[in-house]
Ligand binder design. Structure first.
Ligand code: SAM
Ligand code: SF4
Length: 432
């Protein structure tokens, strides 16, 4: 979502004559767009500003703006501690970016803009064309969260759940398609909580799938509680454009920990969703997020998490040690021994890697449909992604940008698969 926001901040800045530079040491303005989900984000801001200061020691000071969730959570403290910062702008008020920059240009006073103006933000952004011209584009459809998991800062930094009007999203999707997008990833902190009048995520997916040039649709991140029947059903084989990888965070395999986290679902609820999705489309695979070492997690709880991991065989897992976030209820809880938490994380990640490796090996000598995004720099190679978002590289002199080709996977490592375009299938002129 920060990537989407950064693109949109750039769309605004362009209209007051700023452009991206490939020479950061000559920049007139720095925008540090930040994430506050785990610790160290604030340290990173101070560290980055230290670097900017060093680069500009003997030059005119650039304008320095901190945007995003660190700005929201620590606005005044940042301005107080670091006078080099000209403005802090929260994620729901970045539509005021140009006005803030222009007033800094005039009077160079520190500015704090951390209101929750999400409706006004998107109303303003609608006047600025989304200029993302990537083959695979991002589109924020929903923001904020009303779930209040005890460990999470999102409800405090992004505010309450808000869904953008469906007509606005279709228009933005058309713009993206006209600029070259062939895949759209719909974004939201709880993307499947999308609700606008009587329209839900399933309706939006259906509407976007009608756009001829959009060949692939993905969405992230879903919450198990909002996985309704209509969304499950939209994954059936008729909706070819909807990709068969679902990112569905569970956080823990222990009901006791899920309850302590206020996740509002059990392991059984989660398994039922997986079961229903597999029933409508057996090709669907899953990825997930896990928090390891949550306060109160015992060896037994952790074993349950490991069991769930092997049961589902997630093809990708994002796992983190619990990080107490200031202002959240879990920050007041007694943390478990850090050495134990670290040991569990290593165990978890090595089990997850084994599953991932087995899965990736199972792809060798098989064919995948790859949407190609860009040429690999200085090489006769093209980069793309298969339907499960795996990175794939093929050797070719051809310009494959925006095309979908059938590729035979020949080998690969943890991060990338390598393959050859198969002539058989592609001669039949696959609609790309
Ligand atoms: N809304 C999604 C859901 O409910 O699963 C998750 C969105 S959250 C922004 C992304 C991920 O960050 C979470 O799934 C969780 O694993 C991780 N995360 C959030 N707060 C955390 C914390 N305090 N410590 C460690 N990981 C955290
Ligand atoms: Fe954070 Fe997701 Fe829980 Fe909302 S549902 S509080 S975004 S982890």
């Amino acid at each position: 979502m920060n990537e989407y926001d950064s693109n949109r901040i750039y769309d605004l800045a362009k209209s007051i004559n700023y452009e991206k530079t490939s020479e950061p040491t000559k920049a007139d303005c720095y925008v540090l767009n930040t994430c506050h989900i785990r610790e160290k984000a604030t340290d990173k801001v101070y560290h980055d500003i230290g670097r900017i200061k060093k680069n500009f020691k003997d030059k005119k000071k650039p304008i320095v703006v901190v945007t995003g969730c660190v700005a929201q959570a620590e606005g005044e403290i940042l301005l107080e501690k670091e006078k080099y910062i000209d403005a802090v702008i929260g994620p729901q008020s970045f539509h005021k970016f140009n006005q803030i920059i222009q007033s800094i240009e005039k009077e160079s006073l520190q500015k704090n803009s951390t209101d929750f103006d999400v409706r006004e933000k998107f109303d303003t952004l609608n006047y600025y064309k989304n200029s993302d011209n990537s083959v695979s584009s991002l589109l924020t459809i929903q923001e904020g969260c009303d779930k209040f998991c005890k460990f999470c800062v999102v409800p405090y930094t992004r505010g309450a759940e808000f869904s953008r009007p469906i007509n606005e999203l279709i228009r933005e999707s058309k713009d993206l398609a006209d600029s070259g997008a062939r895949e759209i990833t719909l974004l939201g902190q709880n993307v499947n909580a999308y609700s606008y009048n009587d329209k839900k995520l399933s309706n939006l997916i259906f509407e976007i799938s009608k756009l001829k040039n959009i060949k692939r649709i993905r969405y992230t991140t879903s919450h198990p509680k909002d996985f309704t029947e209509d969304l499950i059903n939209v994954h059936d084989n008729k909706m070819k454009k909807l990709m068969p990888l679902i990112h569905l965070p569970i956080q823990s395999g222990s009901d006791k920990i899920l309850k302590a986290m206020n996740r509002k679902h059990t392991v059984e609820d989660y398994l039922e969703i997986i079961h229903k999705l597999k029933a409508v489309n057996p090709m669907i695979r899953f990825s997930s997020d896990f928090i390891i070492g949550y306060p109160g997690e015992t060896d037994t709880d952790f074993d349950e998490t490991l069991k769930l991991l092997s049961k589902i065989e997630f093809i990708n897992c994002f796992s983190f040690i619990f990080s107490p976030r200031p202002g959240t209820p879990a920050a007041k809880l007694t943390e478990i021994d850090n050495k134990v938490a670290k040991k569990r994380l290593v165990l978890f990640q090595s089990a997850a890697e084994k599953i991932k490796l087995k899965y990736r090996r199972s792809l060798f000598n098989r064919t995948s449909l790859v949407l190609f995004e860009n040429k690999v720099k200085n090489k006769d190679e093209y980069f793309g992604r298969d339907e499960y978002s795996n990175s794939v590289i093929v050797k070719t002199k051809e310009n494959l940008k925006g095309k979908i080709k059938e590729v035979k996977i020949t080998n690969g490592n943890q991060n990338t698969l390598f393959g050859e375009i198969t002539q058989r299938f592609n001669k039949r002129n696959f609609a790309a």
